[in-house]
Write a protein of this length. Structure first.
Length: 587
């Protein structure tokens, strides 16, 4: 079962909401009917009165995994349907069998549902309409508005013209209706090889809009389709399929990104002609464009993402460094954080570059409220309390969440030997260093005050252990503890019982804000420190962490138990985000 679309706070107004408000005020779609099954009959005669007067759609191509840019569109389309009591259709644009796989279909569904949205009974595929699309193409031929073209792709490009020069007609543009119908039927029957012919609309080769210069609407592809098998060897193009699918499903507001703005005249032309043929009923859907998401320190081009995966620059589509929703999920992002991000950046018609720091801040805001706290020592060095008996073990306590006392406390041992961060000790400290240094006193967080005595080193001068002595009456929460006024407070994990775990420190995939800008190869700008794997010493209670359990490692940031590599009793942790923006600051 897919999840229902989540409730949301009062939405901010934008130009699309203004359009919908105006359409509802004038009952623009009052005559719409919906039988529950899309198709020409449903659109013409309909069934029961449609209770969802507003219908949007999310139409991904199943040729890759969804990324953060898609999340903006998902939140917009499903959110509008939710807020206006309408319906949002999930429709796969599966018209290119050479690039599509069931794996992508499954991942797209999982990502939309993980993000918190559901489509109910409104799950469709462009392949559902292959017969109708073919029949409509025949109608275009019969009305003298489509023809089979047999020139090569190179010849077609040469004849299309430029932005300043009109195109020239194909020598096959004036084929008779009978010849076009025969050739198109034989294309479907599989008589011709890939690329031998295409079907083009006959519009205007002199149009200033290149998309209107006799666009191709069908091409031959002898390829197995993941849903229809080998039933078809001609497949419709996106610009032709998309608008018709919208009409067949009674979509009212077809919302897409700005790169499709120049395609809108073709969208309207196709639907107006079909309505004129009597094959579609009015009112027809209308297309609206908004600015796509551009995010710093990443790439959202599907071509580049595929290259990163195929050439193994990353470890698959769900690599936590990728901007895919699967990657964000594995890294530890929450759907709530991504929905908050979509709300913060808003919807407009102006392209802009959004700072990655805004997305990271949304995650910090969400996880600060929900993540349990834990202690982790990422670069451990041994701390020995010389005046602590070797066999003595006490229990220290700390809140599960500092702002939610109702969650109770967590407990962990404290003994003679502890692990501390290597950077918390300095033999010759810089000015303002308030942690461990010979003679200095600090408090072990949730524990005792200690005074540093010195350190041990190996033959290379590397520190192997730090020695100290404990102030017996200084334990946190006990009488007398406040008698000790110290400036330093350091983290620690008891060596006896500490969880030795693999921790992956992820950072941004690229070292520059706009990878690939100018003539630079974006692959050369991959951040060499985008992931670092270490062995860390963790609070023993983390041994019970389940996949996708999230924690704030006090001082270090927010981490998640890896959904794939964590095993019972042996979780692997991925850093989702630091406690503050430290990228490029040596943090």
């Amino acid at each position: 079962m897919n999840k229902p679309t989540p409730a949301a706070p009062a939405p901010a107004s934008n130009f699309i909401r203004n359009v919908i408000d105006a359409d509802l005020a004038r009952d623009a779609y009052a005559t719409r009917t919906w039988s529950g099954k899309p198709g020409p009959a449903a659109v013409q005669a309909g069934g029961a009165k449609d209770p969802a007067r507003i219908r949007t759609r999310f139409p991904p191509e199943p040729n890759g995994y969804l990324h953060i840019g898609h999340a903006k569109s998902i939140c917009l389309n499903f959110g509008l349907a939710r807020d206006y009591g309408g319906a949002c259709h999930m429709r796969f644009d599966d018209t290119n069998p050479t690039k599509e796989e069931q794996e992508y279909v499954d991942s797209i569904m999982a990502s939309v549902q993980w993000l918190g949205f559901g489509w109910g009974d409104h799950l469709f595929y462009a392949s559902d309409y292959f017969e109708t699309l073919y029949a409509f193409a025949v109608a275009f031929i019969e009305h003298g508005l489509a023809y089979v073209d047999s020139i090569t792709p190179e010849e077609m490009r040469a004849l299309r013209g430029t932005l300043t020069e009109p195109g020239k007609p194909s020598p096959y543009r004036d084929r008779s209706v009978a010849e076009n119908l025969d050739l198109f039927r034989r294309m479907r029957a599989g008589e011709f090889a890939d690329g031998a012919h295409v079907l083009r609309l006959k519009i205007d080769m002199a149009s200033p809009n290149i998309n209107m210069r006799d666009p191709v609407i069908y091409r031959i592809r002898h390829a197995h389709h993941h849903r229809t098998g080998d039933a078809w060897c001609v497949y419709p193009m996106y610009d032709y399929t998309h608008c018709i699918s919208d009409a067949l499903e009674n979509i009212t507001h077809s919302i897409c990104t700005l790169e499709f703005e120049d395609h809108r005249p073709l969208y309207d032309w196709v639907l107006e002609k079909l309505a004129g043929f009597g094959l579609l009923a009015r009112p027809l859907p209308h297309q609206y464009e908004f600015a796509r998401l551009n995010l710093t320190y990443t790439v959202l081009s599907k071509r580049k993402l595929i290259q990163l995966v195929d050439e193994k620059h990353v470890a698959g589509w769900d690599d936590p460094r990728l901007p895919t929703l699967a990657g964000f999920r594995r890294r530890g992002y929450t759907p709530e954080a991504i929905r908050l991000f979509a709300e913060r950046i808003g919807v407009s018609k102006e392209n802009s570059l959004i700072e990655m720091a805004i997305l990271e801040d949304c995650l910090r805001k969400d996880l600060d409220e929900r993540a349990a706290r834990a202690i982790a020592v990422l670069d451990p060095v041994k701390l020995v309390i010389d005046n602590w008996p070797a066999d003595r073990v006490e229990t220290a306590e700390a809140p599960v969440h500092p702002h939610k006392p109702e969650l109770g406390k967590r407990s962990f041992p404290i003994g003679r030997e502890l692990w501390i961060e290597r950077e918390d000790f300095e033999e010759t400290p810089p000015k303002g260093f308030f942690r461990l240094t010979p003679g200095a006193m600090v408090r072990l967080r949730y524990g005792y005050v200690i005074q540093c005595l010195g350190c041990d080193k190996d033959a290379d001068g590397r520190i192997t252990a730090v020695h100290c002595e404990v102030m017996p009456d200084s334990k946190s929460g006990t009488p007398g503890a406040d008698n000790y006024k110290v400036k330093g407070n350091i983290h620690w994990v008891c060596a006896n019982g500490a969880l030795d775990a693999e921790v992956r420190l992820y950072d941004r995939l690229f070292s520059v804000a706009t990878p690939g800008s100018g003539d630079t190869d974006y692959l050369a700008q991959i951040n060499p420190d985008s992931v670092r794997t270490i062995r860390a010493k963790l609070e023993p209670g983390l041994r019970d962490a389940k996949p996708e359990d999230r924690f704030q490692f006090e001082r270090h940031g927010y981490f998640v138990a890896d959904v794939h590599d964590s095993k019972p009793g042996a979780p692997v942790f991925n850093r989702a985000v630091t406690l503050r923006d430290t990228f490029g600051k040596g943090g």
